[in-house]
Design a binder for this molecule. Structure first.
Ligand code: ADP
Length: 396
């Protein structure tokens, strides 16, 4: 089976053509500068081609993707018939989606209804869906939501302690994001442990970072909230913050709430503390050269992640396994070590040799560690392809 996985942004569109059974990626790429001019970067194995192609809308971008997939020189399929289904990443499923969903009129309407909760991403995701419908009419399509995995959280985890009317009338609550990644890791952990009963804290640490507490494959709590701003400090996001900080800054500097939130989303996090970069490689280089602000940014990040692991260990009444994934989680031995140093009190012990691993699935704890610690590379595209295949096959 071939699934085309699409992640549509407001002016970009990423794609992968993959086999959901084997995880093999036949081709992948990126359309950029949609609505401006249009550039396609297409990769098959080690071969890469870049083409300037006019993309006045997402439809032309999808057409360009289908053309290059069938291209005599750079293509991997002879006809669009060889694409069995399309899987779309959709940011916000609100309270309407606790699982992935075959795209029909009702599904599109429900994604539209979630636009107030995901005002930047859901409209772009919908443009990707509509473009595929226009260019590949009748092709089965599935929406996979970043929020869906977290819908098993109990009310004590998802409710905010604010007047009930905001929840009842406006759906204001914790949703959580990176759900496709957390779900993929939970499934890998079940396979690695050979059982479905386990208590897991997963640390998805990338440019955006979130943690989730998972019991027997189900999400019990997660660090992001109504939006991806909440939780641990990130590349450019502040993470959790006292709401009065917003009031103070808006009043003193005459900023609107939107301007202040833009600052908290795009100019904060480890970028703000270091004053250097949002990229952990730059922070590690800076700290190694004696830059105290870079060191503080790394310290702050590891401290807050460790605090979340501690609180989720309490929430789950103990854990069996701790996993690290995404850019920093997979490739940052120093960061993993610094986080786990805080967890020595609960018997977590890393093997320093094994912890040197980068980007490979591996247990990095010692045999006598109270908790198994693993690096598990995430694969959101594969999760999207698998969900898509499962739903499309079930509907046949
Ligand atoms: P996104 O949230 O954008 O998907 P990723 O999961 O790709 O981000 O993570 C990106 C971050 O991963 C980068 O900012 C970088 O700091 C970090 N990273 C990637 N490779 C390495 C590495 N080899 N060592 C340390 N950090 C790395």
């Amino acid at each position: 089976m071939n699934v085309l996985v699409i992640n549509a942004g407001s002016s970009s569109l990423k794609y992968q053509l993959m086999n959901p059974e084997t995880g093999d990626v036949t081709a992948k790429g990126l359309c950029e500068r949609i609505y401006i001019d249009g550039r396609l970067t297409h990769k098959v194995g080690d071969k890469k081609v870049v083409k300037e192609i006019p993309m006045p809308t997402h439809s032309e971008a999808i057409s360009a993707v289908l053309d290059i997939l069938q291209d005599a020189e750079h293509g991997v399929i002879k006809s669009v018939d060889e694409i069995d289904a399309v899987g779309h990443r959709v940011l916000h499923g609100g309270m309407k989606f606790s699982d992935s969903c075959i795209i029909d009129d009702a599904c599109i309407k429900a994604i539209e209804d979630c636009i107030p909760l995901g005002p930047l991403h859901n409209p772009a995701n919908l443009m990707g869906i509509r473009a595929c419908q226009a260019v590949m009419p009748g092709k089965p399509q599935v929406a996979v939501f970043d929020t869906a995995f977290h819908m098993t959280m109990p009310p004590k985890a998802y409710r905010y302690a604010i007047p009930a009317e905001y929840y009842e009338n406006d759906d204001i609550r914790r949703y959580g994001f990176h759900g496709t990644s957390h779900k993929y890791i939970a499934r890998r952990v079940a396979a690695l442990l050979g059982k479905n009963e386990f208590k897991l804290v997963n640390c998805h640490l990338g440019n955006g970072s979130s943690l989730s507490a998972v019991k027997d494959g189900k999400c019990m709590d997660t660090s992001m909230g109504l939006s991806p701003l909440a939780g641990v400090p990130m590349g450019t996001r502040s993470g959790d913050i006292d709401a009065c900080v917003v009031q103070f800054i808006c009043n003193k500097y005459g900023m609107s709430v939107d301007e202040c939130l833009n600052m908290l989303n795009k100019k904060s996090g480890v970028l703000a503390i270091s004053g250097v970069s949002s990229d952990f490689r730059d922070l590690e280089d800076g700290a190694a050269n004696g830059d105290e602000k870079c060191q503080l940014a790394l310290d702050k990040f590891c401290y807050e992640v460790a605090k979340y692991v501690g609180s989720y260990t309490a929430a789950l009444n103990g854990i069996d396994i701790l996993t690290f994934t995404a850019g920093v989680g997979e490739n940052g031995p120093e960061t993993r070590q610094a986080i786990c140093d805080y967890l020595g009190f609960m018997g977590v012990k890393l093997d320093p040799e094994k912890n040197k691993v980068r980007g490979k699935e591996m247990c990095i704890s010692t045999p006598d560690s109270s908790v198994q610690v693993w690096v598990v590379p995430t694969n959101e595209e594969l999760m999207i392809a698998q969900d898509t295949a499962e739903l499309v096959n079930a509907a046949k």
